[in-house]
Design a protein around this ligand. Structure first.
Ligand SMILES: Cc1cc2nc3c(=O)[nH]c(=O)nc-3n(C[C@H](O)[C@H](O)[C@H](O)COP(=O)(O)OP(=O)(O)OC[C@H]3O[C@@H](n4cnc5c(N)ncnc54)[C@H](O)[C@@H]3O)c2cc1C
Length: 405
């Protein structure tokens, strides 16, 4: 039986592993943490991702754990006014799920992990770090360190879903091409209810220096929490962006009644726009953040990673039935998913940030006019939501695959 080793039990690793286990493939899923990491990170699932989770059998449960976002709103911070609202309802007929779902990535990984363990207990090895690997024409030998000490495993394939700092990518010697933004992103979480101010579940606030992304997450159930993302200066600028002073300044411009006591969590992180030079080398693959990272504006990182997972798993499964096609299938994974990462995910997230931070009055006026004009035109409105939810690229790929088969 084919045996696939997967490194990292985030939303991407658990998706690959679940898809393979469901297809009867033997999987070992390594996670270095003692339990699935639950720090606040990605929280938006786009419609095509929900379709894929349906295919994995976890969609219904994940939807039940999330908050549906029917629209997303763009606002102007200076005038505190709504610029445009984009409606996922325009996707009616294009997808069974014409909404975005706010659901913390930990819950996605956890739901997948429980499904894996129900199907094949012992697949997930927690507290076990993959420490190295080598490969030859017959398979991959990997070394790990776990609760019982060091060990090794021979697998037919290795899938590195080990995040942005991926040791798998580094072990392959694959370049991570792109750039790091000078500024960092500050994430503040608050129970303050922004609905009372007319915000929607997902919002983007335009401002040249204090732009903001603001969205609701379900947390432990109603009433949920609100997460805000602000720009913060680079670490060498001598400003402590996690300090009470800096945090208060960000909040004051958004909602003057908010104080430090209203902040339940603060976190800061560096943001990269990078795509690996290859998603496959021999019998080793990269997926999710190990293969591509982007800013969180648009909620695409976790989604495109899960899309990698489902694409790759389908090809691994097909290769077991058609071994002579394996190389072509794996090259197709690399080509298809790298192209989408570059043409859609990187392009959109870079553009999303530029729009939010438009610097000059002319640039801001142009950004607002573009948003309003697109929103008011039914065809452009639908095309915009198709693109923002990653449906355009996926449907184009499906069409190409159909023609080729
Ligand atoms: C601080 C932070 C905040 C973020 N916020 C947002 C956001 O607000 N919105 C958004 O869209 N995206 C956000 N992202 C990005 C988003 O979280 C990722 O796109 C998503 O997590 C990708 O999932 P993944 O499964 O590929 O990787 P990860 O979720 O990073 O999972 C990788 C897993 O691999 C494990 N691992 C690593 N090395 C090894 C090893 N050697 N052996 C065994 N296990 C290993 C790790 O412990 C981890 O569990 C954020 C990322 C970070 C770092």
């Amino acid at each position: 039986m084919t045996h696939v080793a997967v490194t990292g039990a985030g939303p991407v690793g658990t998706s690959v592993a679940l898809a393979l286990v469901k297809a009867g493939i033997d999987v070992t899923l390594f996670e270095q943490a003692d339990s699935l990491p639950a720090d606040p990170r990605a929280a938006t699932l786009q419609p095509p991702t929900l379709e894929m989770l349906d295919g994995l059998g976890t969609g219904r449960e994940i939807i039940a754990k999330g908050l549906k976002a029917a629209v997303f709103q763009f606002r102007d911070r200076a005038t505190d006014s709504v610029i445009a609202e984009f409606d996922y309802g325009r996707l009616q007929g294009e997808t069974p799920h014409p909404f975005a779902l706010q659901c913390e990535q930990f819950k996605v990984a956890d739901t997948n992990a429980q499904a894996i363990e129900a199907l094949r207990p012992g697949t997930l090895r927690l507290a076990t770090e993959v420490t190295g690997f080598t490969q030859d024409a017959t398979g991959v030998n990997l070394q790990y360190r776990g609760p019982e000490g060091e060990g090794s495993l021979h697998a037919d394939y290795l899938v590195g879903c080990d995040g942005g700092r991926s040791a798998t990518r580094k072990g392959l010697g694959v370049a991570f091409e792109g750039f790091t933004y000078e500024e960092r992103f500050l994430v503040l979480t608050t129970p303050y209810d922004f609905f009372q101010r007319g915000f929607q579940v997902r919002n983007y606030v335009l401002d040249p220096s204090q732009w903001c992304a603001l969205f609701k997450v379900p947390h432990d159930g109603p009433p949920g929490l609100w997460r805000t993302v602000f720009p913060a200066p680079a670490s060498d600028r001598g400003i402590d962006a996690l300090s009470d002073k800096y945090v208060s300044e960000q909040l004051a411009g958004l909602e003057p009644t908010l104080g430090l006591a209203d902040i339940s969590h603060r976190n800061i992180y560096a943001v990269n726009q990078r795509v690996a030079a290859a998603f496959r080398k021999g019998r080793v693959f990269l997926a999710g953040d190990a293969a591509h990272v982007n800013n969180p504006l648009g909620g695409l990182g976790m989604n495109s990673g899960i899309h990698d997972a489902v694409n790759l798993a389908a090809k691994l499964v097909q290769s077991t039935a058609e071994p002579h096609q394996a190389d072509a299938l794996f090259d197709a994974y690399d080509a298809e998913r790298r192209q989408i990462a570059k043409d859609y995910v990187q392009a959109q997230t870079i553009q999303n940030k530029k729009r939010l931070e438009a610097k000059t009055p002319e640039q801001r006026a142009a950004a607002k006019a573009e948003l309003q004009g697109t929103c008011d035109d039914p065809a452009r409105h639908k095309a915009w939501v198709m693109n923002a939810s990653l449906l355009t690229g996926l449907r184009k790929l499906e069409e190409t695959q159909r023609k080729a088969s």
